[in-house]
Design a binder for this molecule. Structure first.
Ligand SMILES: *Cc1c(COP(=O)(O)O)cnc(C)c1O
Length: 431
């Protein structure tokens, strides 16, 4: 898998220089690891900007709102970059709302609020700052939102998240549009719930939305979901309920290994074509991409601690673990792992499992990888920009990693490494 010329799947601004050193844009990753320590997340501004530009190209000429799904990578540096490039935001908590307000100077007019468990307090705050839309996920939530809005003299713009019963053909843990999921309102209840919404004071029906899953590598599930939404839009029009925007959620996949997801602009051409073909070309098209904007932009750097021959297999024990990067342990996700400095062609490769120091057998980052490494070397786990740092924990009382954003040959630390004392700062020892 990982020869000195290892494939560097997905990442557009990652390459080896003539000396075999792995560079992200103009920055030497091994040097960044040595300067800032490991584990270290590093993101490429150019990759994020390039991924956003593909969406913007696809949307040109169509009324739209592109909302980056903050949960994929919520670092303020990343949010600031995206806000500066014109993105809106999809949030799923009050914490994410406050992060966004920090980078937009308090402007929530391009924010959509998703999530199945919004509290009255969440709603109140979102109404005060004026989010663009609440994506409502249940009838009970709709009633509470109406009550909260009426109580504070606001009108809540609402969309109903419809469960379109489309199979996204992805991992069951990240598939959200099937009948058995906790998300959304059943397609056959939708008309009745919209009728209720249109009668409740404190609410203004503005849109319809769905989000069918994540890491989707085909166009068809998106087009099928759009068709299911448009069927409802037609039925709603007949019932006298006008829909202003159609939000098809996020979920476009990225390349971790040999996946071949459609390019965002190509997918959007198909989506917009379908929208027009069905007579809804004047509707605003809203999107909530997360992974596809940041996933391929990031790497996790980690240092080899030990190379340990085992009884049946060899282990490469590194200083990053499942608490830093959960995807392999949680989804058995395959992520490319490669040496930051290419070993000499003559160096013997060994097949090994790349594992962390956490006391769990599930603590692995990669299995059966062919690497030529020794203690002290830096490895890069690729395509770690989405659902990496945001899922990090302090399990085993491990401090969370630092984060760096590179631009050209410059870089900025956008999150300092946690100090150990931070980890128990909120604890109250018994006297
Ligand atoms: C997670 C999520 C997204 C983003 O999904 P990606 O697969 O990262 O694009 C968008 N919308 C909602 C409601 C989500 O929960």
């Amino acid at each position: 898998m990982s020869s000195p010329n290892a494939a560097l799947p997905g990442a557009p601004h990652l390459a080896r220089d003539a000396q075999g050193r792995l560079m992200l844009e103009g920055c030497d990753l091994d040097a960044l690891a040595r300067q800032h320590g490991t584990p270290l997340y590093v993101y490429s501004s150019a990759s994020i900007a390039g991924a956003l530009a593909a969406y913007q190209r696809g949307l040109a000429g169509q009324p739209h709102l592109l909302c980056y799904a903050v949960k994929a990578n919520s670092n303020l540096g990343v949010l600031r970059l995206l806000a500066g490039l014109g993105a809106g935001f999809d949030i799923v908590s009050r914490g994410e709302l406050e992060r966004v307000l920090t980078v937009t100077g308090g402007d929530a007019s391009r924010v959509v609020f998703s999530g199945v468990g919004k509290t009255a307090q969440d709603m109140q705050r979102a109404l005060e700052v004026g989010v663009a839309c609440f994506n409502v996920e249940s009838e009970a939530e709709l009633e509470l939102l109406a009550q909260v809005a009426a109580g504070c003299g606001h009108v809540a713009p609402v969309s109903l998240r419809i469960n379109p019963h489309v199979d996204p053909k992805t991992h069951p843990y990240i598939s959200t549009g099937l009948k058995s999921n906790k998300f959304g309102i059943a397609h056959d209840r939708a008309l009745a719930v919209y009728q209720r919404a249109s009668q409740l004071p404190g609410l203004r029906v503005v849109g319809i939305d769905c989000h069918i899953g994540s890491q989707i590598t085909q166009s068809d599930p998106f087009l099928e979901a759009l068709d299911r939404l448009l069927d409802l839009v037609d039925a709603l029009a007949q019932a006298g309920i006008a829909i202003h925007h159609v939000d098809i959620g996020g979920g476009l996949g990225i390349q971790y290994a040999d996946e071949t997801p459609p390019a965002a602009d190509a997918l959007l051409r198909q989506v917009i074509e379908r929208l027009h073909a069905r007579g809804h070309g004047s509707k605003s098209l809203w999107l909530e991409p997360g992974r596809s904007l940041v996933g391929n932009a990031g790497v996790l750097l980690t240092q080899v601690q030990y190379v340990k021959p085992g009884e049946t297999k060899n282990f490469c024990i590194v200083d990053a673990a499942m608490n830093d990067l959960l995807r392999p342990a949680l989804y058995e996700a395959w992520m490319q792992i490669t040496e930051c400095v290419a070993p000499p062609a003559s160096a013997p490769r060994q097949r090994m499992d790349v594992v962390g120091p956490v006391c769990e057998s599930g603590d692995w980052l990669g299995r059966e990888r062919d690497l030529a490494v020794q203690a002290g070397d830096t490895l890069a786990v690729l395509s770690a920009g989405a659902y990496g740092m945001v899922m990090a924990s302090n399990y085993n009382t491990r401090a969370r990693a630092a984060e760096v954003l590179v631009k050209g040959d410059g870089h900025r630390v956008v999150r300092r490494r946690e100090q150990l004392a931070d980890l128990w700062a909120h604890e109250l020892p018994l006297e």
